[in-house]
Design a protein around this ligand. Structure first.
Ligand SMILES: Cc1cc2nc3c(=O)[nH]c(=O)nc-3n(C[C@H](O)[C@H](O)[C@H](O)COP(=O)(O)OP(=O)(O)OC[C@H]3O[C@@H](n4cnc5c(N)ncnc54)[C@H](O)[C@@H]3O)c2cc1C
Length: 292
């Protein structure tokens, strides 16, 4: 399969990249690792006249953990997230998502910005980013804005990013004391396969042995975008963290989603798996919250 013709730009700064995006608008597309975009271009699903590579922009490849906050540049690779001790210390579920993504070859090229920009409902990084309450920074020639991950996805392949904007950074606060999060993905094969269902859960306890103060659950592959599980979250708050309440939350989460039947599995099976993964990720989150 041949690629359609395009002009290639390699800006060295975000300012320069924003200027190019402002000039070409809908005719341009940002390319980072290219693991998603190149496939779509070869399939002729998209044919941008101008490709703006952000992979030479050093300021987009950094992470910063100063001030009890994590800031990840959009070109930080999935392999670097998986291996990062700094991220693993407080945002372990994000590392789990990164380790689950594709193969070593893909992880070395794929970026966090590209994973969000592709807006696949089965993507591995959005669930944990959403339960950690992450925000994204979108920059353009005339300024910048910060968008909560909850409001970022609009549908399969669709995001809040406008044609003249670049996603530059992902930001999230450090979880409060007695918090934990878990992420699990389920595919038909172990690797190189689109997820069948993926779930991340986050809880904060009032203290050791205390009740659940905050709960956030995000499910993938079971709707047009990653979905929160509001009834499951509501059910958990104020309750003692037990296996029984985690199982009930799993059942509630299954009721919070509306998967479709496809060649990967039936809607009924996916709902059942949402229940199982929700219970298991809550168990992982609880262990971390208790410092285990
Ligand atoms: C064999 C294979 C296996 C895969 N397995 C998985 C998997 O298990 N889990 C998973 O989640 N994904 C998987 N993917 C999809 C893909 O690898 C990931 O989504 C990856 O994170 C995309 O990152 P990238 O840097 O390559 O993005 P690119 O392909 O460069 O870009 C993807 C999209 O995001 C936009 N974009 C990228 N960066 C920016 C930016 N800074 N600002 C604005 N827009 C931007 C692009 O314009 C494009 O629309 C797989 C892909 C392949 C080919």
């Amino acid at each position: 399969m041949l690629l359609p013709k395009f002009d290639f730009h390699e800006p060295a700064t975000v300012t320069e990249a924003c200027q190019i995006m402002a000039e070409y608008g809908v005719k341009a597309k940002v390319i980072a690792g290219g693991t998603d975009l190149m496939v779509n271009m070869k399939k002729k699903l998209v044919s941008p006249e101008q490709l703006v590579s952000v992979s030479r922009i050093e300021e987009l490849k950094k992470i910063d953990t100063a001030g009890n906050m994590l800031k990840i540049g959009s070109c930080f690779t999935v392999a670097d997230i998986a291996a990062s001790e700094q991220i693993g210390k407080k945002w372990k579920a994000l590392c789990s998502g990164a380790k689950a993504l594709g193969s070593p070859l893909i992880r070395n090229l794929a970026t966090i910005g590209g994973n969000l920009g592709s807006a696949r409902p089965a993507a591995d990084l959005p669930p944990s980013l959403m339960v950690y309450g992450a925000k994204v920074v979108l920059k353009k020639k005339s300024g910048e804005r910060v968008v909560a991950m909850d409001k970022f996805f609009r549908g399969p392949g669709l995001t809040e990013i406008t044609p003249d904007e670049i996603l530059t950074e992902i930001q999230m606060d450090a979880p409060p004391a007695y918090s934990g999060a878990g992420y699990i993905n389920l595919g038909i094969r172990q690797a190189q396969d689109c997820n069948l269902v993926n779930v991340a859960s986050f809880i904060t306890l009032e203290g050791p042995g205390g009740v659940i103060k905050t709960a956030r659950i995000v499910m993938g592959c079971v709707g047009p975008t990653h979905l929160r599980a509001p009834s499951a979250e509501k059910l958990l708050v104020g309750e003692k963290p037990t296996e029984a309440i985690f199982a009930k939350a799993g059942q509630a989460a299954a009721g919070d989603c509306s998967p479709i039947n496809d060649f990967r599995g039936s809607a009924e099976y996916k709902k059942a798996m949402v229940g199982v993964l929700t219970k298991r990720t809550l168990g992982i989150a609880y262990k971390e919250a208790m410092g285990q």
